[in-house]
Design a protein around this ligand. Structure first.
Ligand SMILES: NC(=O)c1ccc[n+]([C@@H]2O[C@H](COP(=O)([O-])OP(=O)(O)OC[C@H]3O[C@@H](n4cnc5c(N)ncnc54)[C@H](OP(=O)(O)O)[C@@H]3O)[C@@H](O)[C@H]2O)c1
Length: 310
Protein backbone atom coordinates (compact mmCIF):
# COMPACT_ATOMS: atom_id res chain seq x y z
CA UNK A 1 0.00 0.00 0.00
CA UNK A 2 1.37 3.40 -0.94
CA UNK A 3 1.88 5.89 1.89
CA UNK A 4 -0.53 8.79 2.29
CA UNK A 5 0.80 12.36 2.21
CA UNK A 6 -1.23 15.43 3.20
CA UNK A 7 0.08 18.71 1.72
CA UNK A 8 -1.08 22.21 2.68
CA UNK A 9 -0.55 24.78 -0.08
CA UNK A 10 -0.98 22.01 -2.66
CA UNK A 11 -2.40 24.45 -5.22
CA UNK A 12 0.59 26.78 -4.72
CA UNK A 13 4.01 27.00 -6.30
CA UNK A 14 6.09 25.05 -3.77
CA UNK A 15 3.34 22.75 -2.46
CA UNK A 16 2.10 21.95 -5.97
CA UNK A 17 5.53 21.02 -7.28
CA UNK A 18 6.21 18.90 -4.20
CA UNK A 19 2.78 17.23 -4.40
CA UNK A 20 3.32 16.27 -8.05
CA UNK A 21 6.84 14.99 -7.30
CA UNK A 22 5.48 12.75 -4.52
CA UNK A 23 2.52 11.53 -6.58
CA UNK A 24 4.94 10.61 -9.38
CA UNK A 25 7.09 8.74 -6.84
CA UNK A 26 4.09 6.56 -5.93
CA UNK A 27 2.69 8.32 -2.86
CA UNK A 28 -1.03 8.84 -2.40
CA UNK A 29 -1.27 12.63 -2.12
CA UNK A 30 -4.10 14.80 -0.82
CA UNK A 31 -3.86 18.57 -0.70
CA UNK A 32 -5.55 21.51 0.99
CA UNK A 33 -6.99 24.39 -1.05
CA UNK A 34 -9.60 27.03 -0.23
CA UNK A 35 -11.16 27.05 -3.67
CA UNK A 36 -13.34 24.55 -5.51
CA UNK A 37 -11.81 25.53 -8.84
CA UNK A 38 -8.25 24.82 -7.62
CA UNK A 39 -9.64 21.60 -6.14
CA UNK A 40 -10.80 20.53 -9.62
CA UNK A 41 -7.38 21.36 -11.04
CA UNK A 42 -5.68 19.35 -8.29
CA UNK A 43 -7.89 16.37 -9.08
CA UNK A 44 -6.95 16.58 -12.76
CA UNK A 45 -3.24 16.21 -11.86
CA UNK A 46 -3.75 13.29 -9.51
CA UNK A 47 -3.94 15.10 -6.15
CA UNK A 48 -7.02 14.46 -3.98
CA UNK A 49 -8.35 17.89 -2.98
CA UNK A 50 -9.37 18.79 0.57
CA UNK A 51 -11.35 22.03 0.50
CA UNK A 52 -10.69 24.15 3.56
CA UNK A 53 -8.77 26.94 5.25
CA UNK A 54 -5.67 26.80 7.42
CA UNK A 55 -7.78 28.33 10.19
CA UNK A 56 -9.96 25.18 10.29
CA UNK A 57 -7.83 23.48 12.93
CA UNK A 58 -10.22 20.54 13.31
CA UNK A 59 -9.87 19.76 9.61
CA UNK A 60 -6.06 20.04 9.81
CA UNK A 61 -6.04 17.68 12.79
CA UNK A 62 -8.17 15.09 10.97
CA UNK A 63 -6.08 15.28 7.79
CA UNK A 64 -2.79 15.04 9.69
CA UNK A 65 -3.97 12.01 11.67
CA UNK A 66 -5.24 10.27 8.52
CA UNK A 67 -1.92 10.75 6.70
CA UNK A 68 1.41 8.95 7.08
CA UNK A 69 3.37 12.10 6.16
CA UNK A 70 2.40 15.80 6.46
CA UNK A 71 3.90 18.64 4.43
CA UNK A 72 3.07 22.24 5.30
CA UNK A 73 3.71 24.54 2.33
CA UNK A 74 0.85 27.05 2.50
CA UNK A 75 2.22 29.81 4.69
CA UNK A 76 5.53 29.94 6.57
CA UNK A 77 4.01 32.23 9.21
CA UNK A 78 0.73 30.43 10.05
CA UNK A 79 1.49 29.70 13.71
CA UNK A 80 -1.90 28.33 14.77
CA UNK A 81 -2.02 25.91 11.86
CA UNK A 82 1.50 24.68 12.67
CA UNK A 83 0.57 24.12 16.30
CA UNK A 84 -2.54 22.16 15.30
CA UNK A 85 -0.50 19.95 12.94
CA UNK A 86 2.20 19.32 15.55
CA UNK A 87 -0.34 18.48 18.26
CA UNK A 88 -2.12 16.10 15.89
CA UNK A 89 1.14 14.29 15.14
CA UNK A 90 2.62 14.03 18.65
CA UNK A 91 3.81 10.52 19.50
CA UNK A 92 3.15 9.23 15.97
CA UNK A 93 6.78 9.07 14.71
CA UNK A 94 5.42 10.46 11.42
CA UNK A 95 7.38 12.79 9.14
CA UNK A 96 6.26 16.44 9.34
CA UNK A 97 7.91 18.91 6.95
CA UNK A 98 7.29 22.63 7.34
CA UNK A 99 8.31 25.23 4.75
CA UNK A 100 10.12 28.28 6.07
CA UNK A 101 11.93 30.95 4.03
CA UNK A 102 15.44 32.39 4.12
CA UNK A 103 14.22 35.92 4.83
CA UNK A 104 14.70 34.73 8.44
CA UNK A 105 18.35 35.76 7.94
CA UNK A 106 17.60 38.83 5.80
CA UNK A 107 19.01 42.23 6.72
CA UNK A 108 17.71 45.72 6.04
CA UNK A 109 20.26 46.64 3.36
CA UNK A 110 17.98 48.59 1.00
CA UNK A 111 19.83 47.34 -2.06
CA UNK A 112 23.40 47.38 -0.69
CA UNK A 113 25.63 44.29 -0.65
CA UNK A 114 26.00 42.25 2.53
CA UNK A 115 28.75 39.68 3.06
CA UNK A 116 27.31 37.53 5.84
CA UNK A 117 26.63 33.91 4.84
CA UNK A 118 24.62 31.55 7.02
CA UNK A 119 24.58 27.76 7.22
CA UNK A 120 22.33 25.68 9.43
CA UNK A 121 24.76 25.92 12.38
CA UNK A 122 25.34 29.68 12.25
CA UNK A 123 24.26 31.44 15.44
CA UNK A 124 22.52 34.75 14.74
CA UNK A 125 19.97 37.17 16.06
CA UNK A 126 17.18 37.63 13.54
CA UNK A 127 15.80 41.03 12.62
CA UNK A 128 12.84 41.69 14.98
CA UNK A 129 10.57 41.59 11.91
CA UNK A 130 11.52 37.94 11.40
CA UNK A 131 11.52 36.72 15.01
CA UNK A 132 8.00 35.24 14.80
CA UNK A 133 8.96 33.00 11.84
CA UNK A 134 12.15 31.89 13.60
CA UNK A 135 10.08 30.99 16.68
CA UNK A 136 7.77 28.81 14.55
CA UNK A 137 10.77 27.03 13.01
CA UNK A 138 12.27 26.34 16.46
CA UNK A 139 8.93 25.12 17.81
CA UNK A 140 8.80 22.60 14.94
CA UNK A 141 12.34 21.26 15.29
CA UNK A 142 11.81 21.00 19.07
CA UNK A 143 8.65 18.97 18.47
CA UNK A 144 10.96 16.06 17.61
CA UNK A 145 11.11 15.55 21.38
CA UNK A 146 7.37 14.77 21.24
CA UNK A 147 7.74 11.86 18.84
CA UNK A 148 7.55 13.57 15.43
CA UNK A 149 10.13 13.32 12.65
CA UNK A 150 9.96 17.08 12.20
CA UNK A 151 11.97 18.88 9.55
CA UNK A 152 11.99 22.57 8.57
CA UNK A 153 13.05 23.15 4.96
CA UNK A 154 14.15 26.74 4.42
CA UNK A 155 14.46 27.74 0.75
CA UNK A 156 15.68 31.08 -0.55
CA UNK A 157 14.68 32.76 -3.85
CA UNK A 158 12.98 29.93 -5.73
CA UNK A 159 12.79 30.01 -9.53
CA UNK A 160 11.86 27.70 -12.40
CA UNK A 161 8.56 26.46 -13.78
CA UNK A 162 6.51 24.73 -11.11
CA UNK A 163 4.85 21.46 -12.03
CA UNK A 164 1.59 21.90 -10.12
CA UNK A 165 -1.43 24.19 -10.55
CA UNK A 166 0.57 27.40 -9.96
CA UNK A 167 3.69 27.48 -12.08
CA UNK A 168 5.41 30.73 -11.09
CA UNK A 169 7.20 31.85 -7.93
CA UNK A 170 7.10 35.20 -6.10
CA UNK A 171 10.12 37.53 -6.10
CA UNK A 172 11.14 37.46 -9.79
CA UNK A 173 7.50 37.40 -11.03
CA UNK A 174 6.71 40.39 -8.77
CA UNK A 175 9.54 42.36 -10.37
CA UNK A 176 8.51 41.29 -13.88
CA UNK A 177 4.87 42.29 -13.30
CA UNK A 178 5.97 45.67 -11.95
CA UNK A 179 8.16 46.20 -15.04
CA UNK A 180 5.27 45.23 -17.31
CA UNK A 181 3.09 47.84 -15.57
CA UNK A 182 5.56 50.73 -15.64
CA UNK A 183 7.74 49.92 -18.65
CA UNK A 184 10.87 50.08 -16.46
CA UNK A 185 12.61 47.14 -14.76
CA UNK A 186 13.50 48.29 -11.24
CA UNK A 187 15.37 47.07 -8.19
CA UNK A 188 15.63 48.64 -4.76
CA UNK A 189 18.42 51.20 -4.44
CA UNK A 190 21.56 50.06 -6.27
CA UNK A 191 20.38 46.44 -6.39
CA UNK A 192 23.75 45.18 -5.17
CA UNK A 193 22.03 43.05 -2.52
CA UNK A 194 22.49 39.30 -2.91
CA UNK A 195 20.09 36.37 -2.47
CA UNK A 196 20.80 32.69 -2.65
CA UNK A 197 18.66 30.88 -5.22
CA UNK A 198 17.25 27.39 -5.73
CA UNK A 199 15.44 25.74 -8.65
CA UNK A 200 12.00 24.46 -7.73
CA UNK A 201 12.76 20.99 -9.15
CA UNK A 202 15.85 20.65 -6.95
CA UNK A 203 13.81 21.89 -4.00
CA UNK A 204 11.12 19.28 -4.61
CA UNK A 205 13.87 16.62 -4.71
CA UNK A 206 14.87 17.70 -1.20
CA UNK A 207 11.29 17.23 0.07
CA UNK A 208 11.20 13.74 -1.45
CA UNK A 209 14.56 12.91 0.12
CA UNK A 210 13.38 14.11 3.53
CA UNK A 211 10.11 12.16 3.22
CA UNK A 212 12.18 9.03 2.69
CA UNK A 213 15.09 9.72 5.07
CA UNK A 214 13.87 12.03 7.85
CA UNK A 215 15.76 11.05 10.99
CA UNK A 216 14.41 11.28 14.50
CA UNK A 217 15.69 14.30 16.39
CA UNK A 218 14.46 17.27 14.36
CA UNK A 219 16.26 18.94 11.47
CA UNK A 220 16.53 22.43 10.01
CA UNK A 221 17.75 22.46 6.39
CA UNK A 222 18.66 25.33 4.10
CA UNK A 223 17.98 24.76 0.37
CA UNK A 224 20.11 26.73 -2.09
CA UNK A 225 22.34 26.29 -5.11
CA UNK A 226 23.76 29.58 -6.39
CA UNK A 227 23.21 33.27 -5.77
CA UNK A 228 22.60 36.53 -7.61
CA UNK A 229 22.27 40.26 -7.09
CA UNK A 230 18.91 41.90 -7.73
CA UNK A 231 20.60 44.23 -10.24
CA UNK A 232 21.50 41.17 -12.33
CA UNK A 233 17.89 39.99 -12.17
CA UNK A 234 16.40 43.31 -13.29
CA UNK A 235 18.94 43.63 -16.13
CA UNK A 236 17.66 40.25 -17.38
CA UNK A 237 14.06 41.41 -16.95
CA UNK A 238 14.77 44.50 -19.07
CA UNK A 239 16.23 42.28 -21.82
CA UNK A 240 13.56 39.59 -21.42
CA UNK A 241 10.73 42.09 -21.86
CA UNK A 242 12.56 43.99 -24.60
CA UNK A 243 12.37 47.27 -22.64
CA UNK A 244 14.22 50.26 -24.10
CA UNK A 245 14.50 52.28 -20.86
CA UNK A 246 17.58 51.53 -18.70
CA UNK A 247 16.93 49.73 -15.42
CA UNK A 248 15.69 52.00 -12.66
CA UNK A 249 15.31 51.86 -8.91
CA UNK A 250 12.83 52.38 -6.09
CA UNK A 251 13.57 53.85 -2.71
CA UNK A 252 12.58 51.47 0.07
CA UNK A 253 9.57 53.73 0.78
CA UNK A 254 8.39 53.54 -2.84
CA UNK A 255 8.85 49.76 -2.94
CA UNK A 256 7.04 49.42 0.40
CA UNK A 257 4.06 51.29 -1.02
CA UNK A 258 4.00 49.00 -4.03
CA UNK A 259 4.65 45.59 -2.46
CA UNK A 260 4.09 46.12 1.27
CA UNK A 261 6.91 46.83 3.72
CA UNK A 262 7.67 43.18 4.56
CA UNK A 263 8.17 42.14 0.94
CA UNK A 264 10.07 45.31 0.04
CA UNK A 265 12.47 45.32 3.01
CA UNK A 266 13.06 41.59 3.54
CA UNK A 267 12.11 40.05 0.16
CA UNK A 268 13.57 42.51 -2.36
CA UNK A 269 15.97 44.96 -0.71
CA UNK A 270 17.84 42.60 1.65
CA UNK A 271 20.71 40.16 1.50
CA UNK A 272 19.82 36.56 2.23
CA UNK A 273 22.83 34.33 1.66
CA UNK A 274 22.61 30.75 2.89
CA UNK A 275 24.42 27.44 2.49
CA UNK A 276 22.69 24.08 2.79
CA UNK A 277 25.44 22.06 4.45
CA UNK A 278 23.13 19.69 6.34
CA UNK A 279 20.79 19.25 3.37
CA UNK A 280 23.77 18.03 1.31
CA UNK A 281 24.96 15.82 4.20
CA UNK A 282 21.55 14.15 4.05
CA UNK A 283 22.27 13.30 0.40
CA UNK A 284 20.65 16.20 -1.47
CA UNK A 285 22.33 16.89 -4.83
CA UNK A 286 20.88 20.02 -6.46
CA UNK A 287 21.87 20.18 -10.13
CA UNK A 288 20.50 23.48 -11.45
CA UNK A 289 22.11 26.89 -11.04
CA UNK A 290 20.47 29.01 -13.71
CA UNK A 291 18.33 31.71 -12.15
CA UNK A 292 19.37 34.39 -14.65
CA UNK A 293 18.59 32.14 -17.64
CA UNK A 294 15.20 31.38 -16.11
CA UNK A 295 14.26 35.09 -15.94
CA UNK A 296 13.79 35.05 -19.73
CA UNK A 297 11.43 32.03 -19.53
CA UNK A 298 9.50 33.66 -16.71
CA UNK A 299 9.16 36.93 -18.69
CA UNK A 300 7.69 34.97 -21.61
CA UNK A 301 5.36 33.02 -19.34
CA UNK A 302 4.03 36.13 -17.58
CA UNK A 303 3.75 38.12 -20.83
CA UNK A 304 1.72 35.29 -22.35
CA UNK A 305 -0.45 35.28 -19.20
CA UNK A 306 -1.10 39.03 -19.35
CA UNK A 307 -1.98 38.86 -23.07
CA UNK A 308 -4.34 35.93 -22.39
CA UNK A 309 -6.15 37.98 -19.72
CA UNK A 310 -6.79 41.01 -22.00
N1 LIG B 1 8.23 31.15 -3.65
C1 LIG B 1 9.34 31.41 -2.98
O1 LIG B 1 10.37 31.83 -3.58
C2 LIG B 1 9.42 31.16 -1.49
C3 LIG B 1 10.69 31.05 -0.91
C4 LIG B 1 10.78 30.79 0.46
C5 LIG B 1 9.63 30.69 1.23
N2 LIG B 1 8.41 30.83 0.65
C6 LIG B 1 7.24 30.77 1.53
O2 LIG B 1 6.63 29.50 1.38
C7 LIG B 1 5.20 29.61 1.48
C8 LIG B 1 4.58 29.06 0.18
O3 LIG B 1 5.13 29.79 -0.89
P1 LIG B 1 4.60 29.63 -2.40
O4 LIG B 1 5.50 30.45 -3.25
O5 LIG B 1 4.36 28.22 -2.74
O6 LIG B 1 3.20 30.39 -2.27
P2 LIG B 1 1.89 30.25 -3.17
O7 LIG B 1 2.22 29.89 -4.55
O8 LIG B 1 1.10 31.49 -2.92
O9 LIG B 1 1.12 29.00 -2.52
C9 LIG B 1 0.57 29.03 -1.26
C10 LIG B 1 -0.72 28.23 -1.31
O10 LIG B 1 -1.19 28.14 0.02
C11 LIG B 1 -2.59 28.19 0.01
N3 LIG B 1 -3.04 29.00 1.14
C12 LIG B 1 -2.65 30.25 1.48
N4 LIG B 1 -3.32 30.66 2.57
C13 LIG B 1 -4.15 29.66 2.93
C14 LIG B 1 -5.11 29.48 3.95
N5 LIG B 1 -5.37 30.46 4.83
N6 LIG B 1 -5.79 28.31 4.00
C15 LIG B 1 -5.56 27.33 3.11
N7 LIG B 1 -4.65 27.44 2.10
C16 LIG B 1 -3.96 28.58 2.02
C17 LIG B 1 -3.04 28.84 -1.28
O11 LIG B 1 -3.97 27.96 -1.89
P3 LIG B 1 -5.49 28.34 -2.24
O12 LIG B 1 -5.49 29.79 -2.64
O13 LIG B 1 -5.81 27.40 -3.35
O14 LIG B 1 -6.23 28.09 -0.99
C18 LIG B 1 -1.79 28.93 -2.15
O15 LIG B 1 -1.93 28.28 -3.38
C19 LIG B 1 4.90 31.10 1.71
O16 LIG B 1 4.75 31.37 3.08
C20 LIG B 1 6.15 31.78 1.18
O17 LIG B 1 6.41 33.02 1.83
C21 LIG B 1 8.28 31.05 -0.70
Amino acid sequence: MSKKVFVTGASGYIGGTVAVKLANAGYQVSGLTRSQSSGEKLKSIGIEPVIGDLSDLKLLTECARAADIVIDAANSDAEEAVKALVEALMGSDKVFIHTSGSSIVADQANGERGDRIYDESTQYTPDPGKQARVNIDKYITNSAQDGIRSVVICPCLIYGKGSGVKTESQQVPNLINAALESGVAKCIGRGENIWSTVHVDDLADLYLLVVEKAPTGGLFLFAENGETTFKQIVEKIKDGLGLKTPVGSWTIEEASQKFGAGTAIFGLGSNSRIRGIKSRELGWKPVKNEVLDDVQRCCMSLTAGSIAQV
